[in-house]
Design a binder for this molecule. Sequence first.
Ligand SMILES: *[C@@H]1O[C@H](CO)[C@@H](O)[C@H](O)[C@H]1NC(C)=O
Ligand SMILES: *[C@@H]1O[C@H](CO)[C@@H](O)[C@H](O)[C@H]1NC(C)=O
Ligand SMILES: *[C@@H]1O[C@H](CO)[C@@H](O)[C@H](O)[C@H]1NC(C)=O
Ligand SMILES: *[C@@H]1O[C@H](CO)[C@@H](O)[C@H](O)[C@H]1NC(C)=O
Ligand SMILES: *[C@@H]1O[C@H](CO)[C@@H](O)[C@H](O)[C@H]1NC(C)=O
Ligand SMILES: *[C@@H]1O[C@H](CO)[C@@H](O)[C@H](O)[C@H]1NC(C)=O
Length: 864
Amino acid sequence: MNRILVGILLWLSILSHSTLASLLAIDYGSDWIKASLMSPGVPFDVLLNKDSKRKIQSTVAWKKEDRLFASDAYNIAGRFPTDAFPSLKYLQSAPYDSPTVSYYMSISTTEILETSRGTVALRRSDGSEWSVEELIAMQFAYVRDLAETSLGGEKVTDVILTIPPYFTQHERDAVIDAVEIAGMRTLALIHDGSAVGVNYAMTRTFDKENPEYHIIYDAGASAIRATLLSFSSVPVEPKSKQLATQITVHGAGFDRQVGGTEMDRRLREMLIRDFDRKYNKDIRADRRGMAKLWKEAGRVKAILSANADATASVESLAFDIDFRTKVTRNDFESACRDLKPRFVGPIYDALDFAGLTMDNITSVILTGGATRTPMIQSAIKAAVGDAKIAKNVNTDEAAVLGAALYGAGLSRQFKTKDIRISDIGIYDIQVSYEAEAKSASAKLRTINTVVFPAGSKVGSRKTLTFKRKDNFALRLNYKDQPLLGHPSDILEAEISGIPEALANLTERGAVDPVVKATVVLSDSGFVSVHDAVAYGEIKDDSIAGKLKGLFGTGSSSEEPAAEQETVARSEDSSSSVSDASASPSATPVPEKKASSKDNTIALEVKVNLSSVPPMSVAQKRASRDRLAAIDKEEAGKRRREEARNSLEGYLYRVRDLLEDEPTTPFMKCSQEQERTAMREKMQETFEWLHEDGDDASTADYIAHRAALESFEKPVVHRYQEIEEFPKALNASQMWNWSTRLFLTEAHENLTASLEPNGPPSKHTVEELDALEKTLREHEVWLNEWVEKQKAVKMNQDPILESSELKEKAKKLEMHLQRLVKKKAPKVKKAMTSSKSASATSTTATTTMTSSHSQETEGSGHDEL
Ligand SMILES: *[C@@H]1O[C@H](CO)[C@@H](O)[C@H](O)[C@H]1NC(C)=O
Ligand SMILES: *[C@@H]1O[C@H](CO)[C@@H](O)[C@H](O)[C@H]1NC(C)=O
Ligand SMILES: *[C@@H]1O[C@H](CO)[C@@H](O)[C@H](O)[C@H]1NC(C)=O
Ligand SMILES: *[C@@H]1O[C@H](CO)[C@@H](O)[C@H](O)[C@H]1NC(C)=O
Ligand SMILES: *[C@@H]1O[C@H](CO)[C@@H](O)[C@H](O)[C@H]1NC(C)=O
Ligand SMILES: *[C@@H]1O[C@H](CO)[C@@H](O)[C@H](O)[C@H]1NC(C)=O
């Protein structure tokens, strides 16, 4: 109920000082990655790949030393079968010896090995080994870079990811570990069905009394799943008239053995059998051939979605054979016949989970690439009826868009519709611990108690009470193994300090003190032991206290059974809405008795992680460093490539310059022997590039270009001067003229001031003489050098540079400005006689100012 609120509180506390961060949503699938960016002021949409595609192939690969992503990586698998890593989602946290990994090996041509954590790493052909988390982190970083590029380089660090509801804690850990290795931060994980629900609700309104039930049916590459959701409107706050949309997850069903990949595998098996029949050769032993057939199977499957038959065709598949064969949809469908009931199984499972029937469902919303397969479509139609299948829902991108919208709701920076989700965990999660031995000889007995039964709301907690005297360990695990070959255990929490704490409480008068441990099922579906305390009520001798004792619970059963007493309390303590329905085995929170003095002592909780622990901080740091090293190397390669291209491009430009018509500026401004020298240097550089260019360093390329450029530069300078010089000269003459005008007027004023009662002059004779002198010098210099420059030919270096002209003019200008800016002496009120003089001066000043502004444009002087 209060997930969003809780989320907001967390988010604000993490990020209270930073403003307006962008949010990246990633839907990481086994075949495709979809991403979406929520950024202030940027239209909200799916993030486009480099080739403007709306989805990104979920593969990372190497072509020799070059790392590739997306379709480049996908397409290279046929040539580099052990260097292309697709479908990595299967391998997230999968134990090395699990059936999941065997299955992966049956669809992939990669080489795998076991990590120190018992999970899987993949080996490139150069021998380097990469953990699944690292390879996925590379893809996350690739998506992040796309996002940052689309924002013009602005950093993106916060990410929200969709995951299937069936992901175990270990798989969730693997997602978050990859995000961290990529240098980002996980804002939240959201179940993909719920994310589709958010997207669906965004543009619709729902009834307050009668919730609408919908099933999100998602047929992806690696699994099929169905999520049953209800949509309704609820008051924003109790009694408020304003409404928010409430999405509640009621159940889910899934099958992790069917999906697009399994159908691809069966189609490839058909092709293999056909090849074997025709050529009697073992294609399975040929990795390249197998990789090529894999790609072809995917292509043929897509054709068969729209056609009754298709031709598979792979040139030089293996053994120099060009393989061609016809595949019919009928044959393909018979090869998948046993999957048919499994296509719809998750729908029935979701209904059972929720305790509803198909009659309760308004529509089934299809999403996921595999829903385009006619086989799946007809299976669903047969199961739910054509009328129940939702139309006009943009399905492929619904999950990632919904995730971004959900994230936007968490961050509160973005104005979005008020949508609340109440999601659930779908596995029974139990605590296990050894019963306290009654005698030394008694056998140890393990007690299992389900704390979060399937259907428990995420974002809830429970407090367990134990009557224990000694330290003990609490294990959290799945009641049933969530996936064959995957661990059921989640974590072990060692609780210590119990005897001391109990003794303390007893000494202070507590009767039968107990141990209480709080376990949490977080918003993103992680369980943990939040804390543990020793607790005892110190005896109260007041009447009220005695009465309480009479009617107290008195549940002093011998068995140290874990009885839950606090359940499903939202982590947001400010909220009074506690959802007791979250857990069927829940009992209400006992009211705190005012008459007793509570007393708690915190106990030490040491967590020992399960058989597939998440990566340690040190492991993640090491992985980050590895990835950073690749990034750095690639950046270096890019710079080298750029330097090489730049040299190459320049060489061709120089060749064109030298071969051009004699009328080009370059030809006009260069001399024959200069061109000869330049041509020689050019040829030498061409040869160098041809012979040594492949091994050269970035600096070599840059140096070669600079050497060649030193031949062109003087010529370029000449024709730049031919452009610049007249402008600079014009400006110089302008200042010359303005100064002359000024002096004339100033002299008039000086003369007038000498008359009886004449106005005082701003300037003294000395000042005007000094300016006169500067002007004369400027004129003399200008005349002399301009004459000399006139004799210089176009293809010779100028003897008077425009920069020198500007410098000299600046000197004159500054001298002039000093006098112009000089404050006029105080004029007595009576002295407003000589109107004509003032009129002249105004004209003169105006002219000067305007000539100055023209000069500014021409010569680049930027101040008076
Ligand atoms: C589901 O449908 C059944 C039979 O149509 C009906 O009795 C029941 O109330 C419905 N349940 C809900 C939650 O709508
Ligand atoms: C009990 O614990 C409290 C606080 O932890 C401490 O102040 C007190 O001295 C302890 N009492 C005894 C009897 O150990
Ligand atoms: C931690 O768990 C492992 C595997 O379950 C076990 O072998 C080990 O003894 C445990 N360590 C502690 C301190 O409980
Ligand atoms: C010099 O400046 C004047 C005034 O701006 C302009 O009319 C004239 O064309 C310029 N001459 C040159 C050679 O730039
Ligand atoms: C400078 O200006 C004066 C007056 O306008 C003019 O007679 C003289 O020829 C100019 N000199 C040059 C070098 O432009
Ligand atoms: C000449 O005198 C007039 C009137 O006092 C004044 O506005 C003008 O700036 C003076 N000109 C110079 C060049 O000093």
